[in-house]
Design a binder for this molecule. Structure first.
Ligand code: NI
Length: 195
């Protein structure tokens, strides 16, 4: 178990494009993946990209709480009802992820980032996208994400291109200290993405 410290906005590794992983099954990648899991659990986020722990490779870890999944990308309603739970996306590793928007529609939503502590902002993101990547066994993954799931993927993949969420904002008046955002008393704020 190795909890790595999380780099903060301004560090050069957060500003550069990360390199593709050539061998997902290499021992260094297994170590990186374990460190991502340990560091994300310690920090209490729902996503973490390798550059945030100082490794400039195209690997992300993310999860989506069940109540944040829209019906269209959750398990079928009757199945989740039968189970009595709302299933989210469990902690998932994507290697060399590629995103393709499936719509031109962008929605605004609150985001925060472990690399930009203390702040929150409203960020426009594509509502729906296709994601392609490799899993930890090097096998291809191909899926669709909508809403909050799509937002998390865009935030994480931006980290691989040296982009932090404030750089995607179109109205910087909505970049604020988290303490001020809480005063807006919006359920959206308390549910904001944090990674
Ligand atoms: Ni982040």
């Amino acid at each position: 178990m190795a909890i790595q410290s999380i780099l903060r906005m301004g560090h050069p590794i957060l500003r550069r494009r990360a390199d593709p992983v050539s061998n997902p099954k290499a021992i260094e990648i297994s170590t990186l993946i374990q460190d991502l899991h340990d560091s994300m659990a310690a920090a209490g986020g729902i996503g973490l990209a390798a550059p945030q722990i100082g490794v400039p490779l195209r690997v992300i870890l993310y999860s989506v709480p069940g109540h944040r999944l829209t019906a269209s990308n959750s398990v079928p309603q009757q199945d989740s009802a039968a189970l009595g739970v709302s299933l989210g996306v469990p902690p998932t590793i994507l290697i060399n992820p590629e995103l393709t928007p499936l719509t031109e529609i962008k929605l605004e939503g609150w985001e925060a980032c472990l690399s930009v502590p203390g702040l929150m902002g409203r960020v426009p993101r594509y509502e729906s996208l296709r994601f392609q990547a490799l899993n930890t066994d090097g096998q291809p993954i191909d899926g669709e994400a909508h809403g909050f799931h799509a937002r998390v993927l865009q935030h994480e993949c931006d980290h691989l291109d040296g982009i932090l969420y404030p750089q995607q904002m179109t109205d910087l008046r909505w970049l604020m200290f988290a303490e001020e955002a809480q005063k807006l008393n919006s359920p959206e704020v308390t549910e904001a993405l944090k990674d």
